[in-house]
Design a protein. Structure first.
Length: 185
């Protein structure tokens, strides 16, 4: 009897851990989607009931499309990433406006390849989406087999490699990954 209790307990612990991860995943998705709904509805209280239903529906669809996380966000790393993301988004927006209204702004477009150190699809896609909001850059393609991301750059004199390394370091902290020391900096 006693020998059977060991594997049963381990199985129960594994099941509890998996349930806790799924609950955390549900809560995170619901919070993010609720924040998006709040922004779209401009915080109108009248939209809260409909928004709650839509958020739950969107979470259900997100679980159907991407069932479980194979990654875990680290709260401290994610909290440090958010201001970085917001600042880079603002800089990117201002850069686009400046280039649109000032014909003297340099334009020397090129496509570069950056060696990725992040592991996993979700962190890499997060990197591609975020770098598209940074000044003068747009993600073109992620080459998974070669661990490369191709980036369209508006000006080949921009310090893109340093910006990419900073972004990758922030995302690594947010996703709890350790990056190789011998990689881009």
């Amino acid at each position: 009897m006693r020998e059977a209790a060991g594997p049963e307990r381990r199985g129960a612990r594994r099941l509890l851990r998996r349930g806790a991860v799924m609950l955390g995943d549900f809560v995170l998705r619901a919070l993010v989607l609720a924040l998006v709904w709040w922004a779209i509805s401009e915080g109108q209280r009248e939209a809260a009931g409909f928004g709650a239903v839509m958020v739950l529906l969107a979470v259900a669809v997100s679980f159907a499309l991407a069932p479980g996380s194979t990654f875990a966000l680290r709260p401290l790393g994610f909290a440090q990433f958010v201001p970085f993301f917001l600042w880079q988004s603002l800089r990117g927006g201002f850069d686009v406006v400046r280039r649109a209204v000032d014909p003297r702004m340099p334009l020397s477009p090129t496509v570069i390849s950056y060696p990725l150190r992040l592991q996993g699809r979700v962190p890499r896609v997060a990197m591609a989406l975020t770098l598209s909001l940074m000044p003068g850059t747009l993600a073109v393609r992620i080459h998974g087999q070669e661990n490369l991301i191709r980036i369209h750059v508006l000006d080949d004199q921009l310090p893109v490699t340093a910006a990419m390394a900073a972004l990758e370091n922030r995302l690594a902290a947010a996703f709890g990954q350790r990056l190789d020391a011998g990689s881009p900096s």
